[in-house]
Ligand binder design. Structure first.
Ligand code: GDD
Ligand code: MN
Length: 406
């Protein structure tokens, strides 16, 4: 992209109707900013043109995380009554900043977009048209026909975006769920009272938690930022995995227990196999080798089961859970060892590792039931409401350790 891309002339309204034909005209545009003072004059200029040309009642809510780069002075100097700036001095984070802005929004429609001009404000009228036509959530999309991105997207960035999109498949099949440019009616927020995103993907969070089904994707040209720097770090990529895990628990609570359990048990089985192989190489008698390997595997599983599989219980008493786990795992371990050794004696063809896999697999359902209902019982279950849009609360609500499942 050249500097001329900062010029609105290149960004004609996409698929928008004439302004007079539109009923939906009042819009709150929420823009999270961190070190974007250099881009803001261009963004404000383009939004101002849009207000006039498209006769929009548009307010701009900038949510800055204390950048101290002149953003505050710039907004004060412009003194535009349709632009407001919220400065969050104690927190940082894109998604939380967006939520803060959405709480301040007062118009019928909310639009969220970046400050770096990657997202063309000129697409907003087209988004309004789609909302007016009955869509619930409109994405300014990079991956539908007619959309484009700047040429200099390296293979890594492209692949990264594609893999992230694929991982969001259990939640939505839209082509660009990662987009930070989207619009929806503000009233929809009233139904979303457990918004709890980590990282960058606030759009995906809203799709899942507001339960949007009529989702449209409006093609945009996604321009690479010209001024300032991207804040998307490797840390944010890890946060995305954390976010996906939270969404999985939210949307598929029952299945998420089993999926997590299987994942942890799989790693436990690897521990078992490595130990077994090592001990057999050291000529330790089979029955002893199997017993040690099984104990190590079950021992390994405790912490990840507590922290991940049954994370609702991680604030429970550790000593009690550990005691229950050891007692309850004892019959499971004995059964596993007995079965593995029996298979080794009667299953002449199989290598020791195969017998160990069969033994572990056979006791898996029993171990799952014991962990779920005895060691980490559902008594602990609760949801943590971080941000309740309807109640206008930002801080986490106090949580009673034994509150019933909502
Ligand atoms: N308030 C606040 N706090 N704003 C932030 C923070 C933060 O901690 N981090 C980033 N922002 C703002 C930036 O100032 C910018 O306006 C917007 O959030 C996006 O940040 P970029 O640093 O430009 O991110 P990006 O271009 O790598 O990511 C964008 O594209 C992704 C898809 O490729 C974002 O739109 C993502 O949401 C999107 O997934
Ligand atoms: Mn950007």
């Amino acid at each position: 992209m050249s500097k001329s891309d900062l010029n609105p002339a290149r960004h004609q309204p996409v698929q928008a109707r004439p302004a007079v034909a539109r009923q939906l005209r009042d819009v709150s545009v929420v823009v999270p900013t961190y070190h974007e003072a250099v881009n803001l004059p261009h963004l404000i200029q383009r939004l101002e043109a849009l207000r006039t040309e498209q006769q929009l009642d548009l307010e701009l809510i900038l949510v800055d995380d204390d950048s101290r780069d002149g953003t505050e002075e710039l907004v004060a100097a412009l003194a535009l009554d349709w632009v407001q700036l919220i400065i969050r001095r104690r927190h940082r984070g894109l998604s939380a900043a967006v939520l803060r802005g959405l709480q301040r929004a007062r118009k019928t429609v909310c639009v969220v977009m970046d400050a770096d001009l990657s997202h063309p404000p000129e697409a907003i009228p087209g988004m309004l048209d789609l909302l007016e036509a009955g869509q619930e959530f409109v994405i300014g999309s990079r991956y539908v026909s007619g959309a484009s991105t700047d040429e200099n997207w390296g293979l890594f960035r492209w692949l990264n975006s594609k893999v992230a999109t694929l991982l969001a498949w259990p939640f939505t099949r839209v082509r660009d769920p990662m987009a930070g440019f989207f619009a929806f009616r503000r009233a929809a927020l009233a139904g979303a009272d457990h918004l709890n995103p980590v990282g960058y993907k606030i759009g995906l969070e809203l799709i899942v938690k507001c339960g949007f089904t009529r989702i449209a994707e409006l093609p945009i040209h996604f321009a690479d930022r010209q001024l300032g720097q991207s804040k998307l770090s490797l840390k944010q990529q890890f946060r995305y995995i954390q976010h996906l895990r939270r969404l999985l628990i939210y949307k598929y609570p029952q299945q998420s227990f089993s999926l997590h359990f299987l994942g942890v048990a799989f790693v436990g089985l690897l521990v078992n196999l490595v130990a077994l192989t090592t001990l057999s190489l050291l000529s330790v008698p089979w029955s002893w080798a199997v017993a040690v390997a099984v104990s190590l595997a079950l021992g390994h599983d405790f912490v990840p089961h507590r922290r991940l599989t049954f994370s609702h219980a991680k604030t429970g008493r550790l000593s009690r859970q550990l005691a229950y786990y050891i007692m309850a795992s004892l019959p499971v371990a004995l059964l596993n060892v007995a079965l593995t050794v029996w298979l080794l004696h009667h299953w002449v063809l199989g290598p020791v590792q195969l017998a160990a896999c069969a033994g572990a697999l056979a006791v898996l359902p029993l171990h799952y039931l014991i962990c779920r209902y005895v060691v980490f019982p559902p008594l602990y279950l609760h949801l943590k409401p971080r941000v309740r849009m309807a109640g206008q609360t930002l801080e986490p609500a106090p949580i009673h350790p034994h509150s019933p499942t909502p």
